[in-house]
Write a new protein. Structure first.
Length: 332
């Protein structure tokens, strides 16, 4: 009985922590043009590096955009996703983050900024600016990025997989997804808009294998997710065999290197690759937005910029909090 009480107490504490966390999602201290005087060329430097990278490695656009999401959802947008440790015990090495790529691009941007303006631009701001610039580089929308974040000093491998405060899974249902966004001060609209970022990028077969071969968990290879378009299932099975851990598949077949609204068209046709994509059809608000985004009245591009700004305000460190790292992979 005592053990049960302790478990309930721990759970309630985590809820309280998250509630407080979401109260700090207003982004106080952030502003557009924060480096106007201290490093006026900062955004131009980031843009130039990203332009050079995208010219030779456009497939990094998806992972670099996702990096901002994975950073902000754990401890807020503080650059904690970037930290290394001698024993690999930071967020970067947690299972949900092992598929992230492009950390060397962040390092390249930081190096260029340190050369121009030593000790001025935070790694957390670099992640936010890079997310915007890879979106623009793939023909997506441009938005004004609020800056002024400072870098956190803590990064734990267990944080992204915490059952209460961790990253939402690609197998999450709509209830879990809405709760995860809400606890971080984000709306249901932010959820469906930011999910549209899946218009660029790839996913490993292992992320959706159960939808193809073992949906009910009974071990029957013919047990597919009945909500998926069966023609789409057949095509995926040609690419992904059971237990395939290495093959990657386009999240938005046909235009995965171009930021557009075709993601919504695919999901509404029951061709969303991940369960968390398909789950957006199970809520009146998210479903209505998806249908709207398949029409000429789509506001997706404008909305995406707004929701990215909202996400970029989660749990930020400003003023005298945190630090400005000299190198993004380690604290000063």
């Amino acid at each position: 009985m005592a053990g049960c009480k302790n478990l309930i107490g721990t759970f309630m504490l985590q809820i309280i922590v998250l509630a407080l966390f979401s109260l700090h999602a207003e982004g106080q201290g952030l502003k557009v043009g924060f480096y106007k005087k201290s490093c006026p060329q900062a955004e131009g430097i980031v843009s130039k590096v990203i332009s050079d990278v995208m010219a030779v490695a456009p497939s990094l656009s998806g992972p670099l955009l996702r990096m901002h999401f994975h950073d902000c959802f754990i401890r807020g947008c503080d650059g904690s996703i970037l930290l290394d440790s001698p024993k690999g015990q930071t967020e970067k090495f947690s299972p949900p983050n092992l598929s992230l790529r492009g950390f060397n691009v962040i390092d390249r941007v930081k190096l260029a900024l340190e050369k121009a303006c030593p000790g001025v631009v935070s790694c957390a701001d670099i992640v936010a600016l890079v997310a915007r610039d890879v979106t623009v580089a793939t023909k997506g929308p441009h938005w004004k990025v609020e800056t002024g974040r400072r870098d956190g000093k803590v990064s734990l491998i267990t944080d992204p997989i915490n059952p209460v405060t961790g990253l939402p899974s690609f197998t999450s249902n709509i209830t879990v997804l809405k709760q995860s966004w809400s606890l971080r001060g984000l709306s249901t609209k932010d959820l469906v808009v930011l999910s549209g970022g899946h218009t660029i990028g790839m996913s490993h077969c292992s992320s959706f294998e159960e939808r193809l071969y073992n949906f009910t968990g009974k071990g029957n290879n013919g047990d597919t997710d009945p909500t998926m378009d069966q023609n789409y299932v057949a095509r995926l099975k040609l690419k992904c065999k059971p237990q395939d851990k290495t093959t990657i598949v386009e999240l938005d077949p046909g235009s995965f290197k171009t930021f557009d609204d075709s993601y919504y068209k695919l999901v509404t046709k029951r061709r969303g690759l991940l369960q968390s994509d398909a789950a957006l059809l199970n809520d009146p608000e998210t479903r209505a937005y998806m249908i709207k985004s398949t029409s000429h009245g789509s506001t997706f591009f404008k909305d995406f910029g707004v929701s990215m700004v909202n996400m970029g305000r989660i749990g930020v460190l400003t003023g005298s909090q945190g630090e400005i790292r000299k190198v993004c992979t380690k604290t000063n």
